[in-house]
Design a protein around this ligand. Sequence first.
Ligand code: NDP
Ligand code: 8X3
Length: 249
Amino acid sequence: MTRTVLITGATSGFGAASVRRFTNAGWRVIATGRRADRLQMLVDELGADKVHAAHFDIRDEAAMDAALAEVPEAFRDIDLLINNAGLALGTAPAQSASLDDWRTMIDTNVTSLVTLTHRLLPALIARKGAIINISSIAGSYPYPGGNTYGGTKAFVTQFSLGLRSDLHGTGVRVTSIEPGMAETEFTLVRTHGDQQASDKLYTGAQPMTAEDIADTLYWVATLPPHLNINRLELMPVTQSFAGFQVARK
Ligand code: NDP
Ligand code: 8X3
């Protein structure tokens, strides 16, 4: 039986790689994001029978509802929701960070994620489906400049665990994926388009790739239905932990 996954943030990075990973394994994919041209490229590459493109700003609740209402019949039985759309904006300390950036991160990473989840929960329960939420190591390990981004991802992790409790007995699986450094457009977005900063971060660091994460998502999604991965933290070998800082007079 063909299964269907809705992947948010499918225009680049983890999302785009996941669209390819799941369609190559025979799944149907509803691919969402704001950049319609990127979504159309996926449809052209993988086929309109495999990919339904739904372009909308995930913060726009009415647009989200309209897009869900327009999902074609063949894609309507959603088995898996991958809440991947998200972003970090800025690396400034809290005291000099932009409040607009903070609000954009909260609206995108938190409010939109819970809204879409709320919309799809009845259908996912009916199908004994699954939810995979893309959190981050930033939700567990604070670092300078991580402030609101880390806070949004801590929410995503804790919301995932809470969903597990609430969905007890429904057969719905919920997983929080918590990656470290992976090379995508993430840093370009975080730095408001600074390609040099992005290149500098990743060059020589052997970061994880979007395909690494897509393979992980596919693995989690296709485990036997009696098995739930609650949280999964992954990093490149080149990344590890540093100590606490002490301010001295
Ligand atoms: P990318 O920037 O490559 O992808 C982000 C995706 O989110 C894009 O498809 C973008 O689509 C979508 N998105 C952002 N804002 C909106 C919006 N308002 N409406 C609709 N879609 C939106 O980054 P990644 O692939 O790296 O990021 C995917 C997820 O992984 C994010 O949640 C990120 O926080 C998380 N993550 C990333 C890590 C990394 O190191 N790369 C590590 C840990 C977690 P569009 O712009 O077309 O709307
Ligand atoms: C992205 C990973 O370490 O840049 O979520 O915050 S990190």
